[in-house]
Design a binder for this molecule. Sequence first.
Ligand SMILES: *[C@@H]1O[C@H](CO)[C@@H](O)[C@H](O)[C@H]1NC(C)=O
Length: 187
Amino acid sequence: MTGFRQLVVVSLLLAFCEVCRPCSVVNWRHKSVAEQAAEAKIIVYGTVRAHYPMPDVPIENAYVAEMDVTCNLKGEVLPARINISEAGELTSCHHTLLPIGGAFITFLERDASSQLVPDEVNYLSVAFPPTTENAYGVGKAVGDLAEKCPQLHSQIGDYTGGDNSAAIGKPGPLICFVAVLIATMMN
Ligand SMILES: *[C@@H]1O[C@H](CO)[C@@H](O)[C@H](O)[C@H]1NC(C)=O
């Protein structure tokens, strides 16, 4: 590979790593799903049915996610269909991806103009797939899951294993590692 091509590849990888790098927060620490759920203002479980562009914010990977609400788990009781603004990838600290067709337990709050937006309580994505661990953790925080959301409660069964789900881990370092590995292999 010529020096120039190498330079281009390395620059692209660096730019990519800049994007995928997790946000850095002073004194950040891991929090379990239950700890995060305890801090969240509104929690719903639902299915994403559509995406719309963000009206005033021309960020390519950010969108309004329209969700059919299956259960209201915490905070204000929301209508059966809601729009979640600022979904997708806004910044490295603000990235709750809500792909169409996906079912998620998600944490929300109202922004200054009273629109629903993700409540990223620990600077990580708050789109939790309805895994046993996630349902268990959220249930622990909100209580009465059997009554509030039988669909999620049935997910738990007799599970008592805790809720430090690996699903909420930061993807950044792994992606950067893979990028660096590819760069090394190309040399
Ligand atoms: C969500 O926003 C879109 C685009 O503005 C609109 O067409 C849709 O009716 C809204 N849905 C809800 C549930 O408010």
